[in-house]
Design a protein around this ligand. Structure first.
Ligand SMILES: Nc1nc2c(ncn2[C@@H]2O[C@H](COP(=O)(O)OP(=O)(O)OP(=O)(O)O)[C@@H](O)[C@H]2O)c(=O)[nH]1
Ligand SMILES: [Mg+2]
Length: 318
């Protein structure tokens, strides 16, 4: 196996699309070779700028991602795109929509597009998404764009994987309130008011700027509020410029460095959590057992504390 993994890795480093696709499937399916593969790939990763793009459904994330990708391609960078779909499996409608919208990029060998579904990942989607980032990074993608719908914890977690996070808002939806509610506010490094061709963009810009000035960030970064019409590409260069500026913010980019340390701490804990869960399931429990405990607790026949103790029991005695 080591030989074949080494060959696989060299194919990925060379940008072989089939080898990349196979690696991503191995990650998603939790195949045994995954960790040997990722250990080797990690050495060649760490060069990509990881950009999270989040916002409510239909705000224009995919359209913006495509325009950003085109711009980065023009600058000669290979681009990876990960679209995280909150509900539907791989053949779902939303993903099909993304494929159609991104068809300008579909024939470009320098762009790698992949969708991931949030369902069915033990320990959440974020660890798997980060592993996919490692693959694409090692494969030479200098820019990796991750699109997530900013609605659930999975999506916020994925946004937290990014070096920089863009939050999209659109005029006329009362979206600014949603952004605050969903806690998206804390993860936004750059605000983009998309669909600025629609009425209300200026007002939203003013409201958001006022809100931001009331609660300045502790790290000193002031998230810019930009207006775009992603559909036509208007305002895209300013978005790229803001992303660059964030990357170099602070003395010697210290904000980015500090963020990386925080992210690794969080990722390591998430990976540990996942490994522990996998072990508990492999050695101790079946999903049916969990369902049985849940039914007993729900019926108040037992308390959840002793249920968890029992679920862990034989496992911790090993
Ligand atoms: N008027 C206007 N329409 C836009 C703009 N940007 C995107 N759209 C349209 O808005 C719709 C949704 O765009 P998407 O890019 O699919 O939005 P999304 O946020 O990726 O949507 P989901 O992935 O389904 O959450 C499409 O019909 C786009 O053509 C814009 O700047 N102005
Ligand atoms: Mg989309």
């Amino acid at each position: 196996m080591p030989d074949s993994v080494a060959t696989w890795v060299s194919q990925i480093l060379a940008g072989d699309r089939r080898a990349i696709a196979r690696a991503i499937s191995a990650i998603e399916n939790g195949e045994a070779e995954r960790s040997a593969l990722l250990k080797l790939l990690f050495r060649s990763a760490g060069k990509a700028a990881v950009i999270g793009v989040t916002g409510s459904p239909g705000t224009g994330k995919s359209t913006l991602v495509e325009k950003l990708a085109v711009e980065y391609r023009r600058l000669g960078r290979k681009v990876g795109i990960i679209a995280v779909d909150p509900t539907s499996p791989f053949s779902g409608g939303a993903i099909l929509g993304d494929r159609i919208r991104m068809q300008n990029l579909a024939t470009d060998e320098g762009v790698y597009i992949r969708s991931m579904a949030t369902r069915g990942q033990l320990g959440g989607l974020a660890p798997a998404a980060y592993d996919v980032v490692t693959v694409l990074d090692a494969a030479g993608c200098g820019v990796i764009l991750i699109e997530t719908v900013g609605v659930g914890q999975d999506e916020v977690d994925v946004a937290r994987l990014a070096d920089v996070t863009l939050v999209l808002l659109v005029p006329g939806l009362g979206d600014e309130v949603q952004a605050f509610k969903a806690g998206v506010m804390e993860i936004a490094d750059v605000f983009v008011i998309n669909k600025a061709d629609r009425p209300g963009a200026e007002r939203l810009e003013q409201e958001l700027t006022a809100l931001l000035s009331v609660a300045p960030r502790q790290d000193g970064w002031r998230p810019p509020v930009l207006k775009t019409v992603a559909a036509t590409g208007e305002g895209i260069p300013a978005v790229l410029e803001a992303l660059d500026r964030f990357g170099t913010f602070g003395a010697g980019g210290c904000l980015a460095a500090e963020r990386r340390r925080k992210q690794w701490r969080w990722r390591l804990l998430a990976m540990l959590q996942q490994r522990l869960l996998e072990r508990v399931f492999a050695e101790r429990l079946t999903p049916d057992d969990v369902a049985r405990y849940a039914a007993e607790v729900a019926a108040r026949r037992r308390d959840p504390y002793s249920a968890v103790e029992e679920m862990m029991k034989e496992f911790t005695q090993r």
